[in-house]
Unconditional design. Structure first.
Length: 190
């Protein structure tokens, strides 16, 4: 594998108001591993392949959420991004759209449901990238007749097909299609 988590599961919570950050983080810690950040810079510095969901404030003092989302996308991380805003209907952000928007103040139920859905999306994307990489390797093996045992690759591909089918059962087709289109052309190296 290329170092990416197959199931990114850390939640990164970042709000310019430390009380809001800590309240949201506290409500998620029962179910998830949570990191906190209080500035855009801390948010970007806290990102790695273990992060599955980033929850950011729309009004960070040192960088707007659209710029943060763009920087996350440019790093080709598998994480999903949720922006907390006072106006979910506003389309002020230019650049890459977030995967979800929630109106502040957010209820615990809505927050947990959104995080669960975004983690499913992140997991599906990670498995899909892995599947694409193995498929390319298998096609290359078939073309060259050399390399790793074809039966081993076929078994790994079947396992991933099964895992993708399970993950797909938790997503609607529109989300799954959106995720598949968002995979870089070369997928992730294995």
């Amino acid at each position: 594998m290329d170092g990416r988590a197959v199931t990114p599961g850390v939640i990164l919570v970042a709000d310019g108001d430390p009380a809001v950050t800590d309240r949201i983080a506290s409500s998620l810690r029962d179910q998830y591993t949570v990191r906190t950040a209080y500035t855009a810079r801390e948010t970007l510095d806290s990102l790695d392949d273990d992060v599955g969901v980033v929850i950011i404030d729309d009004e960070m003092s040192d960088l707007d959420s659209a710029s943060i989302v763009d920087r996350i996308r440019n790093r080709e991380l598998l994480c999903q991004v949720c922006v907390l805003t006072h106006d979910v209907d506003s389309d002020v952000a230019l650049g890459s759209p977030p995967d979800a928007r929630l109106r502040k103040p957010v209820s615990r139920t809505e927050l947990e449901g959104t995080v669960e859905r975004l983690l499913l999306r992140a997991t599906y994307r990670a498995k899909l990238e892995k599947y694409y990489a193995l498929s390319r390797r298998r096609a290359s093996l078939a073309a060259s007749g050399a390399g790793e045992d074809a039966a081993t690759l076929d078994d790994r591909l079947q396992t991933l097909r099964d895992e993708l089918a399970d993950a797909l059962g938790s997503l609607d087709y529109e989300e799954a299609f959106e995720i598949a289109l968002d995979i870089p052309e070369n997928g992730s190296p294995d």
